[in-house]
Design a protein around this ligand. Structure first.
Ligand code: AMP
Length: 217
């Protein structure tokens, strides 16, 4: 399978699609949001700083994020990986290119998940996550509801909401997406490696399209 870089607005479904790819094709899932939330949970001083940035919907500095991903990529061996949440700025995208070259990583595609504003907002407000396995559910979507109300199907623990999944913070995150992340779309489009996927259709259809894009020829 090819390595995948996801570019998508907040709550477009990167997490859900990544879960599918990990379960079915043994991908290594690198979610920058998850890594940052783990640091926050640890209660460290750095975690407290990150928390104040993330809960306002702002972006963490490029310098910090680039170092984090650079370390991560060095530790990846032969497994195909998903980058979920990185790059989010043009600077990060350009640094990523250099990292891929220096780590001899080829066979990478960029997938853009296309979802409109109203649908995203609804997804944000319905999102609930397992604190243990990080599986993402949605209480407003029949396909993504847990079997038992607010309980993880896999772990049996109570699901949680993210502190940045409020309407107010979502709007800041969406604006930051338009401002910082949209230029990346153009960047990858010019390189000819961007695949746009309509992510407002049924999940099975989205999974199928992504599977076909991700398969080696
Ligand atoms: P996510 O789980 O991908 O929605 O990320 C949650 C939050 O973590 C974002 O709203 C940002 O505040 C921060 N974050 C995650 N990835 C990055 C990144 N590549 N650059 C800057 N901030 C990030």
């Amino acid at each position: 399978m090819r390595n995948i870089i996801f570019i998508a607005p907040p709550a477009a479904g990167k997490g859900t699609v990544s879960d599918y790819l990990v379960k079915n094709f043994n991908y290594e899932h690198i979610s920058t949001g998850e890594i940052l939330r783990e640091e926050i949970k640890s209660g460290s001083l750095l975690g407290k700083e990150l928390d104040s940035i993330i809960s306002q919907g702002k972006l963490v500095s490029d310098q910090y994020m680039i170092k984090l991903i650079s370390d991560k990529l060095k530790s990846i061996k032969d497994k195909a990986f998903i980058l979920d949440g990185f790059p989010r700025t043009l600077n990060q995208a350009e640094s990523l290119d250099k990292m891929l070259v220096s780590n001899n990583i080829t066979n990478t595609i960029v997938i853009y998940l296309d979802v409109d504003f109203d649908t995203l907002l609804k997804r944000v407000l319905g999102r609930i996550i397992c604190p243990k396995c990080k599986r993402s559910y949605n209480k407003f979507n029949e396909e993504l509801k847990p079997l038992k109300n607010n309980i993880c199907d896999d772990c049996g623990v109570e699901l949680e909401t993210r502190s940045d999944d409020t309407e107010e913070t979502f709007k800041v995150r969406f604006d930051s997406f338009l401002e910082s992340t949209e230029p990346i779309v153009e960047y990858y489009q010019n390189k000819g490696i961007l695949k746009r996927i309509d992510a407002m259709v049924a999940l099975e259809e989205i999974f199928d399209k992504i599977k076909n894009e991700a398969k080696n020829d």
